[in-house]
Design a binder for this molecule. Structure first.
Ligand code: AOF
Ligand code: ZN
Length: 353
């Protein structure tokens, strides 16, 4: 199962809106074939591994990091392939929370007389696909909030200077995080002030996340990097009804989405439902402060990754939500992972409960 998880990790970030899945077929104590799910629409991990094993799969044990599917999606059910191949035993790391599967894959296999064991390296398997799990059960993308701050908590100086709080190592690592997201979102102020590209550039990658700008009044400059650069798709989410401006932007190749708005701000809950419909599985919010606050205020986040740069900025721009009076009113977090990146550290937090 450790090997199957390794295989799944190879495709992390490349299978949206599907989970990443690895599979190993074992016979007489030896691995006879391996497979992973390459991308949405491609065959599932089990089918890849079984077709490599051929006739040899008879009486084998199949290890898979996610419950085999039992439904017709973009591809036929894996349970059929497993039963037809004559597999004797199936070991599953974790159940598939997809309402179309959810235990029925296991049932199908057992009904066919196959021994099925569930729960091997379950924690690792759940963490690997936690974005898919949220997406498939909650009608919204999995949401990562990411920012870089000084030791005393500033995202920028009073005048908005923020390049750079963290080192090149941290920024490269941040591209790893981008690579796992389906879309990267920023507020229009960040576009105006920082003019970011929001692409994965620190290493070669098969796809670029979609860029999304919260831009209620269509203030994104036509010459902004994310307007001019064509290596990734750009979507502006707006409250504006100015048809001529919309047309001009669309002519430049960007998409403009007219959002439901409340008091001149995009309704984030509406936006999350819309993104779910667009099969955006994992959204990373990169700032600025007001945008991050909006997501925190709505309780719309699953994970926070904060980068700490060795600086004291003092009276700068901060993420202020939820403005607790008492510690009792603060949002408690749980530290999950920590990375040392040169002089910086990055810490990953999830909800404490
Ligand atoms: C598996 N093995 O490798 C994957 C599974 O549209 P489809 O046919 O690709 O089905 C997608 C669903 O199948 C997805 O939402 C998830 O429930 C499951 N993914 N299942 O047995 C795999 N990628
Ligand atoms: Zn399947």
């Amino acid at each position: 199962m450790g090997r199957a998880l390794e295989l799944a990790r190879l495709r992390k970030g490349l299978t949206h809106p599907n989970p990443t899945v690895g599979c190993v077929v074992v016979k007489d104590g030896k691995i006879i074939s391996e497979g992973y799910h390459e991308r949405a629409g491609a065959p599932h991990a089990e089918v890849v591994a079984l077709s490599k094993a051929g006739q040899n799969a008879k009486d084998s044990t199949l290890y898979v990091t996610l419950e085999p599917c039992s439904h017709y999606g973009r591809t036929p059910p894996c349970t059929n392939a497993i039963i037809e191949a004559g597999v004797k035993r199936v070991v599953v790391a974790t159940l598939d929370p997809n309402p179309k599967v959810m235990g029925s894959g296991i049932e199908r296999l057992r009904a066919a007389g196959i021994q099925v064991d569930v729960g091997v390296l379950e924690e690792e398997a759940r963490q690997l696909n936690e974005d898919f799990f949220v997406y498939i059960t909650q009608n919204r993308p999995y949401i990562t909030l990411k920012w870089a701050q000084s030791i005393d908590g500033s995202l920028a100086t009073k005048t908005g200077d923020s390049k750079w709080i963290t080192s090149r190592e941290s920024r490269e690592f941040a591209h790893r995080l981008r690579a796992e997201a389906t879309a990267i979102l920023v507020g229009v102020n960040t576009v105006v002030k920082d003019d970011p590209l929001l692409t994965v550039r620190a290493f070669l990658w098969e796809r670029q996340p979609i860029r999304v700008v919260l831009d209620p009044y269509l203030r994104t400059p036509l010459q902004a990097n994310l307007m001019v650069d064509t290596s990734a798709k750009t979507i502006l989410v707006t409250c504006s009804q100015k048809e001529d401006k919309v047309k001009k932007l669309e002519d430049m190749g960007v998409s403009v989405v007219k959002a439901e708005c409340v008091k001149g701000r995009v309704d984030l809950r509406w936006l999350m439902r819309w993104m779910h419909q667009q099969e955006i599985m994992h959204l990373m919010v990169e700032g600025g402060a007001r945008t991050l606050e909006g997501f925190i205020e709505e309780g719309l986040w699953d994970r926070i990754v904060v980068f700490l740069g060795p600086l004291l900025i003092g009276n700068g721009i901060r993420v202020r939500s939820p403005g607790a009076e008492k510690l009792m009113d603060a949002i408690p977090l749980r530290k999950r992972r920590l990375w040392q990146l040169g002089e910086d550290v990055a810490i990953e937090y999830t909800r404490a409960y």
